[in-house]
Design a binder for this molecule. Structure first.
Ligand code: ADP
Ligand code: AMP
Length: 216
């Protein structure tokens, strides 16, 4: 399956993607995680992306599209992928459409996670991620690690993302509404959008998602 996950920052895309990718046996491709890995490795790509990310803005399309394409062309993504955080504007969606069409491929679904803004703000404020791998995600109250500050998965140090500060979150939500939300209409026109509530327990949301994808 080829799936795009969409929803505001803090909706739980990364959290759900981890379970869905496992259940569906497809790789979880998060452009945010790829940028953060590049930043921690000190690559040129990471240096280019950091200032945009810290400000809560989108990294320019040329940089993002090239990185996403490169990842989607890896052998493990041959039979499908779960995109998280890409595409993030209508222009990126157009590039993805062209890439897929050129390869004789198509998306199966765009899973839209709906969460009220006050809940998103609480989720972001308590989010803690692992230094080793930003796909290892916790929350200080909703899903605390067994040992405070330590990743359950790999023992790495947990920290708060620089862009999870209150001020940057406001910019990121605005960027979501103005630039990312329009991709939902873009995909609705293709009949691909399934919307679910992302409220409730993580496991409940995963069940809802699997059902919406016809994989319950
Ligand atoms: P996104 O990838 O959409 O930005 P995350 O998956 O990182 O969101 O989730 C944001 C925060 O919310 C994390 O701290 C995560 O542990 C927490 N979270 C995710 N899903 C739920 C849920 N169903 N209920 C409560 N907290 C959640
Ligand atoms: P995320 O981990 O999805 O919350 O993304 C963190 C940050 O990475 C975003 O606020 C952007 O600065 C950047 N980013 C991630 N994905 C994209 C994308 N598709 N296009 C542009 N910037 C992105």
């Amino acid at each position: 399956m080829r799936i795009v996950l969409v929803g505001p920052p803090g909706a739980g895309k990364g959290t759900q993607a981890a379970y869905l990718a496992k259940n569906l046996s497809i790789p979880h491709i998060s452009t945010g995680d790829l940028f953060r890995a590049n930043i921690s490795q000190g690559t040129d790509l990471g240096k280019q992306a950091k200032a945009y990310m810290d400000a809560g803005n989108l990294v320019p399309d040329e940089v993002t599209n090239a990185m996403a394409q490169d990842r989607m062309e890896k052998p493990d993504a041959e039979n499908g992928f779960l995109l998280d955080g890409f595409p993030r504007n209508v222009s990126q969606a157009g590039v993805l459409d062209e890439l897929l069409t050129a390869g004789g491929l198509k998306l199966d679904a765009v899973l839209d996670l709906e969460v009220p803004e006050d809940e998103v703000v609480k989720r972001i404020a308590g989010r803690r991620i692992c230094r080793n791998d930003s796909a290892h995600v916790f929350h200080v109250t909703y899903s605390p690690p067994k040992k405070e500050g330590v990743c359950d998965v790999c023992g790495g140090e947990l920290y708060q993302r620089d862009d999870d500060s209150e001020e940057t979150v406001r910019t990121r939500l605005e960027v979501y509404h103005t630039q990312t939300e329009p991709i939902i209409d873009h995909y609705r026109a293709q009949g691909l959008v399934v919307t679910i509530s992302a409220l409730g327990k993580v496991t409940e949301v995963t069940e809802r998602a699997m059902e919406a994808l016809g994989r319950a």
